[in-house]
Design a protein around this ligand. Sequence first.
Ligand code: FES
Length: 115
Amino acid sequence: MVTLRIVTDEGEVVLSVQKGANLRAVLLEHGFSPYTRFTRRLNCGGRGICATCGVWIEEAAPAPQHWHDKLADGFGYPRLSCQITLHEDMTIRLVADKWIWGGRDAERAAWFRRP
Ligand code: FES
């Protein structure tokens, strides 16, 4: 089991989840949506195409494996929850201020932090 800490505007929730679980699936199973009200029904269903399932990873961000999540990480956009596997304890923050994808955070842009 691993610990997933979910930070929202309303506070924090700590879940104990199966190691190897998919982050998007865990969020939806526990009543947390990585989507907005516009994308809740209009999304790719976890295929890594639409990028509407983005969340900020505050602690223990895994290296991106999927091409689209690599772009999100590289350019400082929210990470694709459907492409993240929970291998260790992690803290995430739901993106409260997005309409569809969520804005870019230049400080999180991995490609620009690399030497
Ligand atoms: S649900 Fe479409 S990219 Fe994650």
